[in-house]
Design a protein around this ligand. Structure first.
Ligand code: KIV
Ligand code: ZN
Length: 386
């Protein structure tokens, strides 16, 4: 049977940590409703103690959204957990997400705590969170740079304390897919009570490997992935939901994984997030970039016009993009040009197409992209239109 993977969307929390992004209550609500349409399992609405605005947004999501878990992030402290619970308690499925750093660097310089103190704090705060909420996620911040034996100990201890999800973040985007996959495999094979909790991963993109690391983790037993729309997030961002999902969908037999995402909602979600955050999507961004389904060279255009799968590994329709796009430029060939003439309503003879194509090539040498308006002008000026 296919293994079910849960999508934990943190666009409204880690995504909002993108420099320059600040979402108000209405904007968060609008994005969250779209995330529900997209089919995510968990929405992390924010960091309740961080600001009154974050608190109110999470509470509003909790009161209004159905069919999805609502989480708030909180440090491993009673005050933080109290605030998180106040914000999520109205949700159909509330989740408290508490974290503490576990790497030597963070414990020494940031927390100024020993390993034993961190372990004790993690356990007592998971128990405290558990006194309010049955669903408690624990994150070992900077897990990928944590000594593995300590990471295993803390994972085992928080599961015994009641954590339902243990999250292994690659906080600084340092891991590579082989390293990260092995880390998840080791946790799965060596933590005795691991079957009592879900293994989650949360990968940052500092080396451009957040999606690859998330997929490696899935292959090695992770059952929840934390990600954001368009890969927004702190610094170089988080793993992009759309890339993880299409990575899985394009090789369904290999992964044998099921998820709840309606991929036809991907493009719409990406557009909404981009317009409300003000962060534009780079044109060559996988899946949702303006060029993701555009073909420019003549060889590619000819291939796609004959059979789409020659140069498309997924259909634009499958991710909610209307259709693919032939970009007409100096590398374009006769096939694509002729096709565009037909789409524009021209019924030209073979000789007329030949003449128009020559004019088009002249123009394409002078211009990066030849638009429909250019073609209209070119045909009308050079070909006798009946
Ligand atoms: O990157 C990270 O480690 C986080 C945790 C708080 C989950 O965002
Ligand atoms: Zn993060």
């Amino acid at each position: 049977m296919a293994r079910r993977i849960k999508i934990f969307d943190t666009t409204l929390r880690d995504g909002e940590q993108t420099p320059g992004v600040n979402l108000n209550l209405q904007e968060k609500m609008e994005i969250a409703k779209q995330l529900v349409r997209l089919g995510v399992d968990v929405i992390e609405g924010g960091f309740a103690i961080a600001s009154p605005g974050d608190f109110e947004s999470i509470m509003t999501l909790s009161k209004n959204l159905k069919g999805v878990s609502i989480a708030s992030l909180c440090r491993a402290s009673q005050k933080d957990i109290d605030r998180a619970w106040e914000a999520v308690k109205y949700a159909e499925s509330p989740r408290i997400h508490t974290f503490i750093a576990t790497s030597d660097i963070h414990m020494k310089y940031k927390l100024k705590m020993t390993e034993e103190e961190v372990l004790e704090r993690a356990v007592s705060m998971v128990k405290y969170a558990k006194s309010f909420c049955s669903d408690v996620e624990f994150s070992a911040e900077d897990a990928s740079r944590t000594r593995e034996d300590f990471l295993m100990r803390i994972v085992e201890a928080v599961i015994s304390a009641g954590a339902t999800v243990v999250n292994i973040p690659d906080t600084v985007g340092y891991a590579t897919p082989v390293e990260f996959g092995n880390l998840i495999k080791n946790i799965r094979n060596n933590v005795p009570n691991i079957d009592k909790a879900e293994i989650s991963v949360h990968c940052h993109n500092d080396l451009g490997m957040a999606v690859a690391n998330s997929l490696a983790a899935i292959e090695n037993g992770a059952t929840q992935v934390e990600c954001t729309i368009n890969g927004l997030g702190e610094r170089a961002g988080n793993a992009a939901v759309e890339e993880i999902i299409m990575g899985i969908n394009t090789r369904k037999d290999y992964y044998n994984i099921s998820h709840k995402i309606d991929t036809t909602q991907i493009y719409r979600t990406s557009k909404l997030v981009s317009s409300l955050t003000g962060v534009s999507v780079q044109p060559n961004k996988a899946i949702v970039g303006a060029n993701a389904f555009a073909h420019e060279s003549g060889i590619h255009q000819h291939g796609v016009l004959s059979e789409k799968t020659t140069y498309e590994i997924m259909t634009p329709e499958s991710v909610g993009v209307g259709k693919n796009r032939m970009v007409l430029g100096k590398l374009s060939g006769r096939h694509a040009f002729e096709e565009r003439l037909k789409e524009m309503g021209y019924a030209l003879s073979a000789d007329e197409v030949k003449a128009a194509f020559e004019k088009f090539k002249d123009l394409a040498d002078k211009k990066k992209v030849v638009t429909d308006k250019d073609i209209e002008a070119l045909v009308d000026a050079n070909i006798a239109v009946p």
